[in-house]
Write a protein that binds this ligand. Structure first.
Ligand code: 5RP
Length: 223
């Protein structure tokens, strides 16, 4: 099976987690995009969705799904999203698609976080994938110095010769060189740096369920 077929398989499996008549939180990235396709097929079953990025909102609308502003939604049963890395305890690195802050915000409102990913994302220790940190642009240098003091190697995310800007108009530092043994502690330490908007460590609030695509089928983990 190709990686895309594995992503499609978990996207299909995630449909079992939608709750009829409710609003669904939807993540960002290629796996989330496969999920949106599946969601489009059953859109009559849901009230609508809250999107974790402008790109996801546009794609949801393209499938005829009503997109709600999070300010108008008090709670949701489930948030479904991909990950760049996930451990066997449900801690994740996210933000490869630059949507980490909104992903964290939408996930915080959901009762259940269902992570969908191909099996290659399961790792014993987080950190091989550079850890994204969203920063207020004027704080980029001071935040970088603080990340270096914590032992990381931050690099500004650049695309087409320019800093990548998030949907919030902020920049991203991708932190290399970490093997993250204590993700909850590192998440708290990075959150405490002034100028950080959010860190792509999802450990304090990790996944509740992971659906991982493998050649043997979709493997389900509950945390
Ligand atoms: C976007 C994310 C994505 O969930 C993560 O990058 C995984 O993406 P993909 O499904 O394309 O592998 O965190 O900010």
């Amino acid at each position: 099976m190709t990686q895309d077929e594995l992503k499609q398989a978990v996207a299909r499996a995630a449909i079992d987690y939608i709750v009829d008549g409710e609003i669904i939180g939807v993540g960002t990235g290629s796996t989330a995009n496969f999920f949106i396709e599946e969601l489009g097929k059953v859109k009559h079953r849901i009230k609508g969705a809250v999107a974790s990025s402008e790109a996801t909102a546009e794609r949801l609308r393209g499938h005829g799904i009503t997109v709600y502003d999070l300010n108008d939604v008090e709670s949701m049963a489930v948030y479904i999203d991909g990950a760049d890395e996930i451990t066997s305890t449900g801690a994740m690195i996210k933000g490869g698609g630059a949507a980490l802050t909104r992903e964290k915000i939408v996930a915080s409102v959901a009762q259940k976080f269902v992570c969908i990913a191909d099996g290659s994302k399961l790792v014993p220790l987080l950190g091989k994938f550079p850890l994204p940190v969203e920063v207020i642009p004027m704080a980029r240098a001071v935040v970088a110095r603080n990340l270096i003091a914590l032992g990381g190697e931050p690099r500004l995310r650049i695309k087409d010769g320019k800093p990548v800007l998030t949907d919030n108009g902020c920049e991203l530092l991708d932190v290399h060189g970490w093997q993250i043994a204590e993700p909850k502690l590192l998440e708290a330490q990075i959150n405490a740096i002034v100028g950080v908007v959010a860190v792509g460590l999802f450990a304090q609030r990790g996944a509740d369920v992971a659906l991982l695509g493998t050649a043997e089928g979709v493997q389900k983990f509950t945390f």
